[in-house]
Design a binder for this molecule. Structure first.
Ligand SMILES: NC(=O)c1ccc[n+]([C@@H]2O[C@H](COP(=O)([O-])OP(=O)(O)OC[C@H]3O[C@@H](n4cnc5c(N)ncnc54)[C@H](OP(=O)(O)O)[C@@H]3O)[C@@H](O)[C@H]2O)c1
Length: 268
């Protein structure tokens, strides 16, 4: 079990999608929140709504996690304000999409900065605090693409492989030291994620698209049980299983096919 009431969660990427749903779900469970993203107006509205509805304290931090030193600033601000962080939800992230040579290197760098560097720096910043507090927890947003790299989302898939691998390692490092580390691995989820990456796909191919509410509820149940990760859907389970029995090259080609034809990436 995990006791939420009266504790504080810091959630990155809480202005929309899965992060916003995490904020709602954790506020409902009685947690105070520190919600982080770039879009201040969305954070303000959400903070107002959740503090009124659930009578919890919600602070906002509007910051670009793609900038060097952003995570350290977040940590410094929370420390100076005396805000204790019990649960860190490393959720902010985005994907690039398309043939590798057509994507701007600067955008790819941003993807690495947000998906990897900010997550790593926040984890480094808060783990010593959690050890000092005697307990803590971290939820990292991985993906079905943590298990198989596929063309057209090459850099994104690589960032999510990093997130899953790091989470597994930290789970073993800290499970006996009072800190839970958990990786949530959804397949496609219906959020603004696809608009941000420039996908023209609107379809829900074979019912692949999950709802963020279901992803978060399934994730929190697994987290509460102390599981190291959760694969969330039949699709993620099937993909993770297939990577154990099929050649990696075949898996990568299947993912390439799906990205080109389902997400409507250019098929160059
Ligand atoms: N949707 C999916 O199919 C899917 C599947 C597997 C895993 N995931 C993962 O789930 C996480 C959440 O994605 P989502 O689907 O909820 O997408 P989303 O709706 O686009 O939300 C992304 C969140 O990240 C924040 N963000 C992006 N860049 C940022 C930056 N530079 N600095 C600070 N915050 C930033 C955004 O806020 P601002 O724009 O306001 O900054 C937003 O709140 C991501 O890590 C994603 O990789 C998503």
């Amino acid at each position: 079990m995990y006791h939420y009431v009266g504790k504080t969660a810091l959630i990155t990427g809480a202005s929309s999608g899965i992060g916003e749903v995490f904020a709602r779900a954790l506020a409902k469970r009685g947690m105070n929140l520190i919600i982080v993203a770039r879009t201040e107006s969305k954070l303000r509205n959400l903070a107002h709504e959740l503090s009124n509805q659930y009578k919890v304290n919600v602070d906002i931090l509007s910051i670009d996690l793609g900038k060097p030193g952003a995570a350290q600033s977040v940590h410094q601000i929370t420390r100076e304000a005396g805000w204790r962080v019990d649960l860190l939800v490393n959720n902010a992230g985005f994907s690039t999409l398309g043939a590798f040579e057509t994507i701007s290197p600067e955008l790819e760098q941003q993807c690495v900065m947000v998906n990897i560097a900010a997550l790593l720096d926040l984890t480094h910043a808060y783990i010593p605090d959690m050890l000092e507090q005697g307990e803590g927890a971290i939820i990292n947003l991985a993906s079905v693409l943590s298990f198989v790299g596929g063309g057209r989302q090459a850099t994104y898939a690589a960032t999510k492989a990093f997130v899953f691998s790091l989470s597994q390692a930290l789970w073993t490092d800290y499970r006996k030291r009072g800190i839970r580390v958990f990786a949530l691995c959804p397949g496609p989820v219906s959020t603004g994620f696809f608009d941000v990456m420039g996908s023209k796909a609107k379809l829900n191919f074979m019912g692949l698209m999950d709802k963020p509410e279901r992803v978060v509820e399934v994730g929190l149940k697994a987290f509460e049980k102390g599981k190291p990760y959760e694969l969330v859907s039949w699709f993620t389970n099937a993909t993770a299983f297939a990577t154990r029995i099929l050649p990696r090259t075949l898996m990568s080609r299947i993912v390439y096919f799906m990205t080109v034809f389902i997400y409507k990436s250019d098929g160059k």
